[in-house]
Design a protein around this ligand. Structure first.
Ligand SMILES: [Zn+2]
Length: 151
């Protein structure tokens, strides 16, 4: 199947393309794409001219906003998010690292207030050289992004 057909095989929704192979399942798990009865098609280790292999996720009937797309940046900094309507790409979003993430990941600190109170987690993201850290707004602890993206 050609890459073009893979992208076009959706009527309306979002296609997340150019995910590094191996990160697709982590994105599905971590971003809770399986909630709300979301209809997903996931391709693993698809052939890609640029990357060798890649993962691809198609989400039916959910048009990602730019901030939803940017939540992917920790996993797939070079992902392309295609917004599809009537079988056409109506918008292409190149993900960029957001400055903060709200209610995406739970705080890894078990003593954090967000673990006991019904508040949304909130992290500020900062880049220190090649290192990306998430700093919790509540307990003020900083965590390397790998804590969230590696298993
Ligand atoms: Zn915290």
């Amino acid at each position: 199947m050609s890459e073009k057909m893979q992208v076009e095989a959706i009527n309306r929704g979002t296609v997340i393309d150019h995910i590094p192979a191996g990160q697709g399942l982590k994105i599905v798990n971590r971003l809770q794409l399986l909630d709300n009865k979301v209809r997903l098609t996931v391709g693993f280790n698809l052939l890609s001219g640029e990357l060798g292999t890649k993962d691809l996720i198609k989400v039916d009937d959910w048009l990602f906003t730019e901030s939803e797309a940017n939540e992917l940046a920790l996993f797939a900094p070079n992902a392309t998010v295609n917004i599809i309507d009537d079988y056409k790409v109506v918008r292409k979003i190149n993900v960029t690292l957001p400055t903060e993430l709200i209610n995406v990941f739970p705080c890894p600190n078990s003593n954090c207030i967000t673990r006991v109170e019904p508040v949304s987690s909130k992290f500020r993201i900062r880049q220190l050289g090649h290192k990306i850290q998430l700093k919790c707004h509540y307990c003020e602890k900083a965590f390397d992004k790998e804590i969230f993206t590696e298993n």
